[in-house]
Design a protein around this ligand. Structure first.
Ligand SMILES: Cc1ncc(COP(=O)(O)O)c(C=O)c1O
Length: 314
């Protein structure tokens, strides 16, 4: 019997438990479809989930498509999960999974403690890393704490589709991805050919360029006071006071700078009466671009327009 083969037969010890999909929402549907087969307990979702006319809801559409019953937990105005609220809900014994969104690529809580809490109540954890394709640049990345994580390739790379999930405990190894949920070959090639680490480093540097402009100019409040050393935020979120968000948005658009507002509209299942803080964020948030495709020569103009727009509208 051969003990040492001339070539490796398997590199399973070196492969990641990554399953490619067409998008983060397709990744989520793949996970939830498996979970709904087990029993009819619910999924606990954060009460800050958006809806857009064009894209629907990247988070809630798969929950609905999987036919999974759900409940919500509260967050602070700065999107920090309310741990007490999560524990109160878990104590009811109605939940089999907790969904944690790392909004804009930043984790706002002690993740390990929260994951341990969920596991203590026999609930799986799904981390939503749609806003941070690598989960950060450090050794223990977002997406590696929970049982599953979902990621979006097209939100961070210039592709038309693409996402993946990490099946951290190998629970979905035997489950094929539905034909409609598969990633396109073109996006997979772009993923393989892109230096995602360097692009992420540039995105992080850009975050700090906008941060120092905002710190100097004032008028709006950064959503994050600090970010962890290895986090890669998707963009630079700010809270715009005094109902001036729309005015600032359109002033920037006029100047050729395109912000977004994630999420200006929440799904109707999240009620304003029950979750007033979520609505306060939804009514004031504006996300400034920091993507790695901003050319060096455009930075002075961008920051100058940003400063003028804030001074004129706030
Ligand atoms: C937090 C969050 N999760 C998941 C998604 C879905 O991402 P994708 O467009 O890759 O399906 C989105 C965006 O729609 C999102 O903002």
């Amino acid at each position: 019997m051969m003990i040492i083969h001339k070539e490796a037969k398997s590199l399973s010890a070196f492969t990641e438990r990554r399953i490619f999909t067409a998008s983060a929402r397709a990744a989520m549907l793949h996970i939830l479809s498996a979970l709904t087969e087990k029993d009819d307990r619910k999924i606990l979702l954060p009460a800050y989930i958006g809806l857009s006319k064009i894209e629907g809801s990247g988070v809630f559409d798969p929950v609905r498509a999987a036919g999974m019953p759900h409940g919500f937990y509260g967050l602070s105005e700065r999107l920090v999960p309310d741990i007490q609220c999560i524990e109160n809900q878990l104590r009811t014994g109605q939940y089999k999974a907790v969904f944690l969104i790392h909004y804009f690529g930043c984790c706002q809580t002690d993740l390990q403690t929260l994951v341990d809490l969920c596991h203590d109540y026999d609930a799986l954890v799904i981390e939503d890393c749609a806003h941070t394709v690598l989960g950060g640049l450090g050794p223990q990345r977002l997406g590696s704490y929970g049982d599953f994580s979902i990621h979006s390739i097209h939100k961070s790379l210039a592709t038309t589709d693409g996402g993946f999930l990490f099946d951290n405990k190998g629970q979905l190894a035997q489950r094929p991805v539905a034909e409609v949920s598969r990633i396109s070959r073109q996006s997979l090639e772009t993923w393989a050919n892109t230096d995602v680490v360097s692009a992420s480093k540039r995105r992080r540097e850009n975050f700090f360029r906008v941060a120092s402009c905002i710190e100097r100019v004032g008028g709006v409040e950064p959503l994050f006071n600090t970010i962890a050393a290895c986090e890669v935020p998707l963009n630079f979120p700010v809270l715009v006071p005094d109902n001036r968000r729309e005015a600032l948005y359109f002033r920037l658009m006029e100047a050729g700078v395109a912000p977004t507002a994630l999420y200006h509209t929440l799904i109707p299942e999240i009620s304003r009466e029950e979750f007033p803080l979520a609505y306060r964020t939804a009514d004031t948030i504006l996300n400034l671009p920091t993507h790695p495709d901003i050319l060096e020569q455009h930075w002075p103009t961008y920051l100058e327009h940003l400063e003028i727009a804030i001074k004129e509208t706030i």
